[in-house]
Design a protein. Structure first.
Length: 150
C-alpha cells in the first residue's frame, strides 16, 4: 500500500489533483497522533483511537463514516478501520472529532502516530434515537467495512 500522494491543506494527503476536491473525493490520506478520549467507544464495545487534529484541520476532512486502512507508526502493520469524522450527534456533542475503530486490533496506541488512508464513505453521520440503535448501526458499519476491505 502506498501512502504517498499530493499534500493538501493541514497536512492531509489527498488523491484528487485539486486540494479543494477533498470533500468530494472518496479516498484521502492524513496522519495524526492518538490522544485520550472519554472512553465512550470502549463502553459501547467499539473502542476508538481519537486522532489529535485541531478543529480547523478536522473541518477540512469530509464528515461521515468511512472505511479506511490505518498504519500505526510503532508497528508498521496495516489494519482495516471504520473512521468517524463528525460531532457524535447521538450524544449532543458539538466539537468536531476524528476517531478510528481499528478492526482486529487490541493494544495501546496513545501517543503514537496513526497514518490513515480513507478508501470509501459508508454513510453520513446521524443522530440515533438511543444507544441501542447506534450500536446496531455500528455493527453494520463494521460488517460493511470488512466486506469492502476484502
Amino acid at each position: 500500500m502506498s501512502w504517498s500522494g499530493p499534500t493538501g491543506v493541514w497536512g492531509v494527503t489527498i488523491v484528487s489533483e485539486e486540494p479543494s476536491d477533498v470533500s468530494n473525493s472518496s479516498e484521502f490520506h492524513f496522519s495524526a497522533i492518538v490522544e485520550h478520549g472519554c472512553g465512550r467507544g470502549r463502553q459501547l464495545g467499539f473502542p476508538t483511537a481519537n486522532l489529535g487534529v485541531t478543529p480547523e484541520q478536522a473541518a477540512t476532512l469530509p464528515r461521515g463514516v468511512h472505511v479506511a486502512r490505518v498504519r500505526w507508526g510503532r508497528e508498521g502493520r496495516d489494519y482495516g478501520a471504520v473512521i468517524n469524522i463528525g460531532v457524535r450527534p447521538t450524544f449532543s456533542e458539538r466539537q468536531l472529532v476524528v476517531e478510528a475503530h481499528i478492526l482486529d486490533f487490541s493494544g495501546d496506541l496513545y501517543g503514537g502516530n496513526l497514518e490513515v488512508r480513507v478508501l470509501q464513505r459508508l454513510r453520513e453521520e446521524r443522530r440515533f434515537a438511543n444507544v441501542e440503535s447506534l450500536v446496531f448501526q455500528l455493527k453494520q458499519d463494521v460488517e460493511m467495512a470488512r466486506a469492502a476491505l476484502e
